[in-house]
Design a protein around this ligand. Structure first.
Ligand code: C2E
Ligand code: CA
Ligand code: CA
Ligand code: CA
Length: 281
């Protein structure tokens, strides 16, 4: 039994070592990626359910790894968060996304309503110079702040509700749009929402997926939409994949949809082509 115990311990130890090493490699890789500009942004359109036209895009990071090819954020954002690298990466995302929208605006194509949504991680949101950094980026890219939308998760807000309120208000004062991301996956409490100055609520894809399953699921989404409307927030449904989901959401008064039914995230050229074609859903 003793020998077995030791053997088990060694396996465990080897695995631990393996993970630590993998993590370290990933960190080194990420640092290099930043310097060599291996990151790029994909853009997924957000559709108005009343007009059927594109209201904006969500910028989603991709990593073009020299050996592994395209790596999705699920595989490196958590490590970037842990190592703090999310701060410089996040700033790069903000700058790139603002610059892209400004370029499209300068081409005279889509002046008015198209907005750019950018994800903010928990760490970024709690960083002291966030506001100064955003101001700098807006100044440098010359993008009017009202075209920028920031997506913040419930936990980023709920971890420090007091300072979050202040920060959100500062952003709102600049006319930056504020969305709560992945709604329903975190604290799932609608009761605290009125305390925060938010414009928009994104219902997590897991709810949309179940919308056709039972009457109850539909009622839950209905309740979320009704309450959010009472709080003067608009609703965006994430992960819309079918016509049936779309028509149910329209009937519930949901303002916007995003998902494979309309378009997957695409590169900048394809996003621009989408805007030029101005498709109608
Ligand atoms: P998210 O913010 O909830 O982004 C939406 C995710 O859902 C994207 O995955 C998108 O490709 C995917 N998606 C969109 N429509 C559908 C659909 O109809 N069905 C399904 N099954 N999926 C759909 P992606 O691009 O892999 O990003 C995953 C997560 O990584 C994001 O979730 C976000 O939390 C994080 N992320 C992505 N880019 C950034 C970034 O620039 N900064 C930070 N901090 N996080 C990011
Ligand atoms: Ca998001
Ligand atoms: Ca989301
Ligand atoms: Ca999500």
């Amino acid at each position: 039994a003793k020998a077995l115990g030791k053997a088990r311990y060694q396996i465990f130890d080897t695995q631990m070592h393996y993970h630590a090493q993998q993590r370290l490699e990933l960190e080194t890789d990420l640092r290099r990626a930043l310097h060599r500009e291996e990151f790029l942004l994909y853009y997924q359109p957000i559709i108005s359910l009343t007009t059927g036209r594109i209201n904006g895009f969500e910028a989603l990071i991709r990593w073009y790894h020299p050996q592994k090819g395209l790596v999705s954020p699920g595989e490196f954002i958590p490590a970037a968060e842990e190592t703090g690298l999310i701060i410089p990466i996040g700033l790069w995302v903000l700058k790139e996304a603002c610059q892209q929208l400004k370029t499209w605006q300068d081409q005279g194509l889509f002046k008015d309503k198209i907005k750019m949504s950018v994800n903010l991680s928990v760490k970024q949101f709690s960083q002291v110079n966030l506001i100064q950094n955003i101001d700098k980026i807006l100044l440098r890219t010359q993008l009017n702040s009202s075209y920028l939308k920031l997506e913040i998760t419930e936990s980023a807000i709920m971890d420090h509700p007091e300072s979050a309120t202040e920060l959100l208000q500062q952003l709102r004062d600049r006319d930056i749009q504020l969305s709560i991301d992945d709604f329903g996956t975190g604290y799932s409490s609608l009761s605290y929402l009125h305390r925060f100055p938010l414009h928009n609520l994104k219902i997590d894809r897991s709810f949309i997926k179940r919308i056709t399953e039972t009457r109850q699921n539909l009622e839950i989404i209905h309740a979320i939409i009704t309450l959010a409307h009472h709080l003067n927030m608009t609703i965006t449904a994430e992960g819309v994949e079918t016509e049936e989901q779309l028509s149910l959401l329209k009937n519930l008064g949901c303002e916007e949809g995003q998902g494979y039914y309309f378009s997957p995230p695409v590169d900048a050229n394809a996003a621009q082509a989408l805007l030029q074609d101005n498709p109608h859903w």
